[in-house]
Write a protein that binds this ligand. Sequence first.
Ligand code: TRP
Ligand code: SF4
Length: 404
Amino acid sequence: MSNGQLDNRVVSGMRPTGRLHIGHYHGALKNWAQLQHQHDCFFFVADWHALTTSYNETETIEQNTYEMLIDWFASGVSPSACTVFVQSKVPEHAELFVLLSMVTPLPWLERVPTYKDTIRRLNDKNLNTFGFLGYPVLQAADILMYRGGKVPVGADQEAHVEVSRDIARAFNWNFGRDEEWQSLAQKALGRIPKKIARQYETWRKQYVEHGVDEKLEAARALVFEQSHLSHDEQERLVGYLEDGGRIILPEPEVLLTDTPKVPGLNGEKMSKSYNNAVLMREEPNALEAKIRTMQTDPARVRRSDPGDPSKCPVYDLHKIYSNEDTLSWAANGCKSAGIGCIDCKGPLIDSLNAEQTEFHERATPYVEDRNLIRNIIEKGSEKARIVAKETLEDVRAAVGISFR
Ligand code: TRP
Ligand code: SF4
């Protein structure tokens, strides 16, 4: 496998929550739909992760998966441009989870901010479970499986990706230093031209002995230029540079998606459970009714009262959906009481509807034929398993339980 391909991987997942809303679209899916054209993307439904908090209400998971996938496709995520799969259909994730759990210290999990927060927030549920504590380890398995993948997520998931990096390092540290690794690195070194090998050694020493970071980068680049070396040989040489052994599971990188503020209909954060969401694939009448009754600047009671756009969730939506002209028309009209709130909402309803029309168009084939989705899941999961099996062969060998 070429390094180009590895550098180019992207992996992300969502728990199956059922129908999605425009906050999901602007915060994640729109970005996924773009990434799929430049990267080798793996997008999956994290159904096991759903179990960590909803183990007592599993009857909705499958239905929620279908509903959510329809919205992924409505957003433009396309099974012909990326690999779409379901986590539980790639059981290798569970195997990697077990192996990673062996090198993951408990305190790393206990101090993930969402851990205690969620236990407190969902205090009617017993989340004092092994599965829930292990949530980040499972997520690390999801990510590390697709080696070198970049992970597009919002800020709320950053801590989880950070733990994945720590776990990758712990794994490589524990299992990447087989007895022969040093001699194997030397052997790989013997396969590159002497002059280049000497340069590598000089830079390696400068990094290891004096911590000169640029030398590490330079030497790393030099290794990847040696395209006649195998992936394994390159990784050994890169691992040797850091004196940390072979990198079996490269550390992932977060691709922080900047999530625009998508306010709910009452001005609070948009969420299906707050009943304040504009869903993807609304019917035009329903959508119009929702926007017409949407919260505005509470201080603007009468049509003749001037308003303050910065205190109005409708204006926050304008910022996402409207061009400069419409924005200043709304802001000026609001501050001068030149327009009423219903006027102000007009262009917004139009833009939202235009977007919704696209959602409907893309979703139609899947709404009409659920078998399409079943096939996509089957095919995508098979494709993901090919990569997963490769990773696990290396992982098992590194751990020392491949029995070959
Ligand atoms: N924890 C993520 C969420 O709640 C879902 C998830 C599971 C995920 N595995 C992942 C996201 C791997 C990115 C990469 O949204
Ligand atoms: Fe909000 Fe527009 Fe009404 Fe001003 S005019 S309060 S921005 S809806």
